[in-house]
Ligand binder design. Structure first.
Ligand code: NDP
Ligand code: GDR
Length: 362
């Protein structure tokens, strides 16, 4: 049987790191694209790479990394030509919705045209029939929602430069599938989190703050829209579904979600409960604050700098198609266990962070 070779763009991100682990376990040769940075950006994949590097520079490493960039067609084409992947997972993106309002042009270049670059490289190299492509589409496409819950047939209404760029990515993937008969598919994934989540996304920002408050390293957490409703799953469960989508007989797009919804405020309640604090919410709108019910201390405040020029107020996915067609289980990890594992991880993480700072001060 032909060896399965995977190329992951965005391998240094949350999903890329879990997917690399998953595919290695499945026996794949795993390659990833990393971009040049002035400091290390490989923390999430060091355990898949550095250890072997230290042992023996020339030994077959678990994953192979290549320098490239979503804004650079040449590098993408060169890498794809060199490694001849049988599956490409296009996860690389400027993935922060609020930041996309600050860097809209770059976001379009990396997230929209970047997707085209990958598809076109595969076509240009004549690999249309040998290489499957997974595109990381998003629930942000539904934006100003037209139907509840959102499913594969729900119309899109993107409300940020990020979502508009991803809408291009969605359609160009579908277009290459229909025009050239390529196995190019979209996973429309709702929010998914983990202890590897970037620190500026709301869930991780909350669990890190809860941990720092528990240890006495932080006094207060400042957030934006507390009323935003999201369908939050676990990243590890979602990368498995990316793979399942590519193993399906026919190239089809899938919504990946849990079918459960919580507000940012509720996420805070669960996270603070893990450090033994019951929150008492008082006030409304920008004046709303979260207090420790026992001590009366104010722990959470709204800061309008975190509001977005246009907000996605509510997202709730319907994973019925993925469940019935792929046999995927949307709630392997319960919401409570997701929050618990993130807080547990961050209690240890902030302790190490604090000790490292003390070391520097000495
Ligand atoms: P992250 O932000 O954690 O990771 C993004 C990855 O893309 C990083 O490896 C980053 O590299 C890389 N990257 C960014 N810009 C470029 C570029 N110009 N060239 C090459 N690589 C680049 O995202 P997630 O892992 O959370 O998400 C993975 C994908 O799924 C993204 O496309 C995201 O938009 C999409 N998505 C995510 C959801 C979620 O809830 N997590 C839900 C739906 C879709 P570096 O480490 O150097 O910054
Ligand atoms: P989102 O995730 O925009 O859904 O995009 P994020 O965690 O950034 O925001 C979720 C909701 O929380 C509200 N919010 C805050 N958000 C952040 N980041 N910081 C805050 O302080 C804060 N306070 C309230 C937001 O307004 C929003 O409503 C994520 C990304 O991973 C995308 O790449 C992906 O496509 C979508 O999920 C699905």
């Amino acid at each position: 049987m032909k060896k399965k070779i995977a190329l992951i763009t965005g391998i240094t991100g949350q999903d890329g790191s879990y997917l690399a682990e998953f595919l290695l376990e499945k026996g794949y040769d795993v390659h990833g694209i990393i971009r040049r940075a002035s400091s290390f950006n490989t923390q999430r994949i060091e355990h898949l790479y550095i250890d072997e590097l230290i042992e023996d520079m020339h030994k077959d490493r678990k994953i192979k990394l290549h320098y490239g960039d979503m804004t650079d067609s040449m590098s993408l084409t060169r890498i794809i030509k060199e490694i001849q992947p049988t599956e490409i997972y296009n996860l690389a993106a400027q993935s922060h919705v609020k930041v996309s309002f600050e860097v809209p042009e770059y976001t379009a270049d990396a997230d929209a045209v970047g997707t085209l670059r990958v598809l076109e490289a595969v076509r240009f190299l004549g690999m249309e029939k040998t290489c499957k492509i997974y595109q990381a589409s998003t629930s942000e496409l539904f934006g100003k929602v037209q139907e509840v819950p959102q499913k594969e047939t729900t119309p899109f209404y993107p409300t940020s430069p990020y979502a508009v760029a991803k809408q291009y990515g969605f359609w160009i993937t579908k277009n290459y599938r229909e025009a050239y008969g390529m196995f190019a598919v979209n996973g429309i994934l709702f929010n998914h989190e983990s202890e590897r989540r970037g620190e500026t996304f709301v869930t991780r920002k909350i669990t890190l703050a809860a941990a720092r408050i528990a240890k006495g390293y932080q006094k207060r957490l400042y957030l934006g829209n507390l009323d935003a409703l999201r369908d939050w799953g676990h990243a590890k469960d979602y990368v498995e579904c990316m793979w399942m989508i590519l193993q399906h007989d026919t190239p089809e797009d899938f919504v990946i979600a849990t079918g459960e919804q919580y507000s940012v405020r509720e996420f805070c309640n669960y996270a603070f409960k893990e450090i033994g604090i019951e929150l008492d919410w008082r006030g409304i709108g920008v004046d709303e604050k979260g207090y420790d019910k026992v001590t009366g201390e104010c722990l959470i405040e709204v800061d309008p700098q975190y509001f977005r020029p246009s907000e996605v107020e509510t997202l709730l996915g319907d994973p019925a198609k993925a469940r019935t067609v792929l046999g995927w289980n949307p709630r392997k990890t319960s919401f409570e266990n997701l929050v618990r594992s993130m807080v547990k991880h961050d209690l240890e993480f902030v302790e190490k962070e604090h000790n490292a700072r003390m070391l520097v001060k000495r």
